[in-house]
Design a binder for this molecule. Structure first.
Ligand SMILES: Cc1ncc(C[n+]2csc(CCOP(=O)(O)OP(=O)(O)O)c2C)c(N)n1
Length: 988
């Protein structure tokens, strides 16, 4: 099919056929085939509703069939039949005799062709819109927007055409139609909305823009306000350039229109019920937005430029560069008070997106904003980053999912037509930076930033659309970047032509000022007066900056009241996180209860029964039950829980089943929400989409606003968290230090060597350990269900918040030894960072060897030791690797002064905890008067791949580790980093 086949059926012989059909349809709809009735109805209802459908998008079936049905023979036969019927005066009778049939046919044909043309403008008008302020992008005429494509000629330009109210016109000439569609679709705004599959959304946008020809008439007061905002945006950058020439600020110059656009979103949003907005944005223009939109005092920004910290000096942490900092503010728009928070963000572009969305969701939950109209997310993007970063579509994927939706995010692309030094033709395949947004499908408003009124007009529509449809919407604001990527860069090295053009291009404010003078809205003096007044104000602020001192850090307020900053590790006290026997029983019983009419799966019914029996008997409580008990007890203490991850409702290993499915109707039931109905917090469990980065970012964002609740993310297998590494590096482990943002997020990462191959064995926890410092989080590899129960509960019962990284077991979920007793959960019990030897061995002084290990390998060692009847080798488990429980380990090692010391791990020596623990153990040995001076390594030799893919090899390796650790000669296992022979991955 050539590009224009989709319209060709209206030309030539088919046109006659359709004209005949249409005439019959107008007379009597039942006289034509029902598929044609639908077709003509579409034409009438929404203009013409077919062109884009021919491209094979969903919903295209009917129309494709129609086109396919029109073959010349069929058409000729149909036309003949119609004529015969007319001659007989039967059904489908001809028009009244007074009407010339040829003229009538022409009129119908004109209407259908005009509707096709109008439709083409709705679909592709944006391609001819005047979007580039620099005029560097050649605007090619698109054949589908040429009336000649539809069979019209110049001679047809002034003939009246019946439109039946399409475009609000009863009748219009082709010339008038072209004027209207070009004004609406090819002015300074290009709209892409025909890809939206919801007919209501399509119809709404069409009506909204066509009814006003895509233009708002601003009042003189409104125009003045726009000019003032532009003056502030431009003046602020100029001032910084003047006072701090060459200092990096990633200026907004060229994109100043975004400031009044954001204000408009809030203004209109406020009228439509928005009271809380969370914003995320990158470096570009951030200082400007902080100052002129968030109203961060100019003096405090100037003070930061002078090298002063943004927080009071008693607040610890690394701090961050000024163009990454966040802030919050309250602003009043015509009496609507809107709370704003701009999230701090790392340099890594776009990664803040899911964090913002997660935070919005959490706020909505807390405010009971069921319709999601009160709290709104706004994301500002760069054009290169929006097109390039995978987290953008991953985040958009969440937008309509029940567990993640936020009533729509407004995306604003500050599209300066360049990314650092890379021009768009080298950075994306599609025509627009925004193209990825069409996949969800969100409408896109492209707008020329040098026309601020158009920018504000689309900002208003975007806010209305979001409030109306609870869906994402994109504003692609096409502008330019007046300087280099930062102010020290020379852009002419790479884009000389563009920058020659920019050098002579007046600023947006200048152009708008001239426009207002030309229109007579303001005098030139008034325009200049606005500029001078603002400059004077900045000078005063500049003076005030010299003595400016931040008086408080912007954290631990509101929901965070009562939470404290942990001063140092010494303050770690293990809270008593046990619960009463009665509560444990109450929760435990409820876990096994389902409504009488619920058809539970038989196997699961047996599992639930086993749980109940374990609780009643007081022994044999497994991992999943312990987890459910932690959840249930927190819920009755009024702490909400949100668990999200791939297939986490059932559990990847079919262990959790915290959401049950009725076998007859697939209704769902969550026992944890029915412990004390009406008198407990809400348990939310969500099978997430198959994304790590966006979902983890979302949950992290959620946790930032939910200090009173437990937020958990589970990876399908631990190493898949790799896909979310940026969130881990740049938010989870460092946000408290950089930005004073605490989080109690829990990451559950299935981990353990069980012969499942390179990608299902290791959660690569060496990475988390390497990132550990300054008490930034806890990293645990727990071996008992009760200890897991306490680790979860202490997340909430501490008076500070730290993320928790859990190496989650797999085979231990069903291991007969990996069970706990009821008393391990009881009042007075707590989390143990180190677990001592549990068995009766020879006296401590006679113990020959102490094995230090963490996680599942403990059970392999334990069973092997019991099998061999060894009683002089002690095994000490380190349940929490970070913060390193030095004193507790020291306490254990002091018991065995004569023993040799071995560190056992399943991971290769370059992975797992070995390099993390080696020197730390050595320091403990140094401090103790014991024989061992350091631990000997026993595990797999350093390797490129974390594990073997061969089950037999795995078993041999595992057996070797246990054998060597318990009975081997440690002198032979001391070279973990020696190059492995082809045959052996072991250290022997
Ligand atoms: C993920 C990521 N990759 C690379 C960079 C380095 N970088 C910083 S800004 C930038 C260009 C961004 O271009 P665009 O998104 O169009 O925003 P602009 O700077 O033009 O406003 C690049 C490549 C980064 N910060 N983050």
């Amino acid at each position: 099919m050539t590009k224009f086949d989709e319209t060709s059926f209206l030309t030539g012989g088919n046109a006659v056929f359709i004209a005949e059909l249409y005439a019959r349809y107008v007379e009597d709809p039942s006289s034509v085939d029902p598929s044609w009735v639908a077709f003509f109805q579409d034409l009438k209802d929404e203009g013409v509703a077919i062109a884009h459908d021919f491209k094979g998008t969903p919903g295209a079936q009917r129309d494709v069939k129609i086109v396919g049905a029109i073959d010349p023979e069929e058409a000729a036969a149909a036309a003949k039949k119609a004529k015969e019927a007319a001659a007989k005066g039967g059904k489908g009778a001809p028009a009244p005799a007074a009407v010339d049939p040829a003229a009538q046919r022409q009129a119908v044909l004109d209407s259908v062709r005009a509707l096709m043309l109008i439709r083409a403008y709705r679909v592709r008008g944006h391609l001819e819109a005047d979007l580039d302020p620099l005029g560097l992008t050649a605007r090619e005429l698109h054949p589908e927007l040429d009336y000649r494509t539809y069979g019209f000629t110049d001679a047809d330009l002034d003939r009246p055409i019946f439109l039946d109210n399409v475009l609000g016109l009863e009748t219009a000439s082709l010339r008038q139609i072209l004027q209207v569609v070009r004004a609406t679709y090819c002015g300074k705004i290009g709209v892409e909305f025909m890809h939206c599959q919801d007919p209501d959304q399509k119809a709404w946008i069409q009506k909204r823009i066509e009814s006003v020809r895509n233009h708002t008439d601003f009042t003189p007061k409104g125009k003045r306000a726009i000019l003032e905002r532009l003056t502030e945006a431009e003046g602020f950058e100029r001032f910084l350039q003047l006072k701090y020439t060459g200092t990096k600020r990633f200026g907004l110059e060229g994109g100043e229109s975004v400031v009044p656009a954001l204000e408009q979103i809030l203004k209109r949003g406020g009228q439509l019920g928005v009271s809380d907005v969370v914003l995320g944005m990158a470096h570009r223009g951030r200082l400007n937005i902080l100052a002129n939109f968030m109203k961060k005092p100019y003096r405090s920004i100037f003070s930061e430029f002078q090298g002063n910290p943004s927080n009071p000096t008693d607040v610890q942490g690394s701090g961050d560069v000024k163009y990454h900092l966040g802030t919050s503010a309250e602003r009043d728009f015509d009496g609507n008070i809107i709370h704003l928070s701009l999230m701090p963000n790392p340099s890594h572009l776009e990664v803040v997106d899911p964090v913002v969305v997660g935070k919005v969701r959490a706020k909505q939950t807390q405010l009971n904003d069921a319709e999601r109209k009160q709290v709104m997310g706004i994301l500002l993007h760069g054009d290169a980053a929006f097109a390039g970063q995978g987290v953008v579509p991953e985040t958009m994927l969440l937008s309509q999912l029940q567990g993640y939706c936020t009533g729509g995010t407004i995306h604003v692309i500050i599209n300066n037509q360049i990314g650092f030094t890379t021009s768009p033709q080298y950075s994306r395949s599609g025509p627009y930076s925004s193209d990825i947004a069409k996949g969800i499908p969100a409408p896109v408003f492209h707008v020329n930033a040098d026309d601020p009124e158009s920018v504000i007009h689309v900002a208003r529509i975007a806010a209305e659309f979001r409030q109306e449809f609870a869906a994402d919407v994109v504003i692609d604001m096409i502008c330019y970047r007046r300087h280099g990527h930062n102010e020290a860069d020379e852009p002419a090295f790479t884009q000389p032509l563009m920058y020659r053009k920019i050098a002579s291009h007046p600023t947006t404010r200048t152009l708008y000022g001239r426009q207002l003078v030309a229109e007579g809205t303001l005098t030139e003096d008034e325009v200049n007066g606005i500029v001078t007044a603002f400059q004077e104000h900045l000078e005063q602020e500049f003076e005030a900056a010299k003595s400016f001192k931040p008086n408080k850090a912007d954290w631990l307020e509101g929901k965070w009241q009562g939470i404290v900053q942990l001063a140092d590790e010494e303050e770690y006290r293990e809270e008593k996180t046990g619960v009463s026997a009665e509560l444990l029983k109450e929760v435990g019983h409820k876990l096994a209860e389902v409504p009488a009419d619920f058809n539970i799966n038989r196997k699961i019914a047996r599992q639930l029964q086993a749980k109940k029996e374990a609780i009643d008997s007081g022994a044999g409580i497994d991992w999943a039950t312990a987890e459910a008990l932690a959840f249930g007890t927190l819920l009755v203490e009024n702490h909400p829980i949100r668990l999200s991850g791939q297939d986490c409702g059932r559990g990847t290993f079919s262990q959790r089943h915290c959401r049950l499915t009725d076998q007859e109707n697939e209704n769902r039931f969550e026992p944890l929400n029915h412990i004390r109905p009406g008198n407990q917090a809400y348990f939310e469990v969500l099978d997430s989409p198959l994304s790590e980065e966006a979902v983890l970012g979302f949950e992290y964002g959620y946790s930032l606003t939910t200090p009173n609740g437990l937020t958990l993310w589970e990876a399908q297998f631990g190493d898949f968290a790799n896909g979310a590494q940026v969130i881990i590096d740049q938010f989870i482990n460092s946000s408290e230090s950089k930005w004073l943002r605490m989080s109690g997020l829990v990451m559950l990462l299935p981990h353990g060597y069980e012969g499942q191959g390179p990608e299902h064995s290791s959660a690569r926890w060496e990475r988390y350990l390497q990132l550990s410092a300054e008490d930034n989080w806890s990293v645990v590899n727990i071996t008992t269900p009760a200890n897991y129960f306490h680790a979860l509960r202490r997340q909430i019962h501490r008076n500070f918040r730290k993320p928790l990284v859990v190496m989650e077991p797999k085979s231990l979920l069903r291991h007969k030894l990996c069970v706990s007793k009821v008393e391990d959960f009881a009042t007075g019990t707590r989390f143990y960072r180190v677990l001592a030897e549990t068995e009766r061995l020879v006296p401590d002084a006679k113990v020959r060897r102490v094995i230090l290990c963490s996680g599942k390998v403990y059970y392999d060692l334990f069973e092997e030791r019991q099998k061999r009847g060894i009683d002089d080798v002690a095994i000490v488990r380190i349940e929490q690797l970070y913060p390193w429980p030095k004193d507790a380990i020291k306490h254990q090692l002091a018991r065995y002064p004569e023993a040799e010391l071995v560190w056992v791990q399943e991971e290769p020596a370059n992975m797992g905890p070995w390099t993390f623990v080696d020197r730390r153990i050595e320091f403990i040995c140094e401090e103790l008067d014991i024989k061992a001076k350091r631990a000997v390594y026993c595990g797999r030799r350093a390797a490129a791949s974390p594990a073997t893919g061969l089950y037999k090899t795995h078993n041999a390796e595992q057996a070797w580790i246990c054998d060597t650790a318990l009975s081997g000669d440690l002198a032979n296992v001391a070279q973990p980093f020696r190059r492995a022979s082809k045959l052996s991955r072991l250290t022997a």
